[in-house]
Design a protein around this ligand. Sequence first.
Ligand code: CP
Ligand code: NVA
Length: 298
Amino acid sequence: MKRDFLKLNDLSRDEFEALFEKSAEVKDKRVRNIPHQPLKGKSLGMIFEKHSTRTRISFEVGMFELGGHGLLLDSRQMQLGRGESIEDSAQVLSRYLHGIMIRTYEFEKVETLARHATIPVINGLTDLNHPVQVLCDLFTIREKRGKVDGIKVAYVGDGNNVAYSWAMATLIFDIQLSVACPGMYQLKKEDLPETSARIELLEDPYRAVKDADVIYTDVWVSMGQEESEAKIERLKPYQINQNLVNAAGKEVLVMHCLPAHRGLEITADVLDGPCSIVFDQAENRLHVQKALMEKLLT
Ligand code: CP
Ligand code: NVA
């Protein structure tokens, strides 16, 4: 039976633990220059309908390092971009490839692709969620703090796809999630998982970060959203700056999935300062996704 990774809770708690172990192993092997090539002869098609730096490069390099091949599939150059159905594309790609990674707009499109493909499908970001990002972020927190259970994460900014995947993380780990957004940009209660007792939706960023182990933010305008001055104005009080970091009241890790806009959602001194782990976080996309691809494609 093929397995997909479309949303964070497509993996069980035990599978998360095993993936974290595997991620640490592949990371260590890479540091020590020990080849690890379980995907020799295998190909991953990577469909991008939105921009990407980290996701594109980490999946492509990851496949290469695992002994396989990652093919960039720009949907505008495929018949998909001229109206071939996602259902037919799924069946055809399944005859050539061993896995598909897709970044697109509608989550439903990824579900349709997965339903009609006979090979594993990985969600590389949709308007709704960004599960590979948060999977990798959980590993980074475990690396820095030794555990994930029992931590408090304060997500501050726009209640977007990354925030939503953080909400899903509370289904798997004993995480207290405080999400501080201006009312109209807050996550919708009806979209939240049944663990919502672990999720606090707030307007006050200072309340959200109190006692937090991790302060997390993301861009204020996501791909596919309209640039809006009014939105930026409403989000200004949600900037991660040194005052907000100090308000955590303890040693806190600052995370951002990147790309960052210094001076908007985060100040340069915080992003480049001692609490920030954003570049370790970006690096771990490679190691953890290698572990994920090994699990799904072998
Ligand atoms: N964080 C992230 O997914 O980055 P890219 O958009 O560059 O892939
Ligand atoms: N929320 C952002 C994440 C980018 C990695 C977006 O969807 O553009």
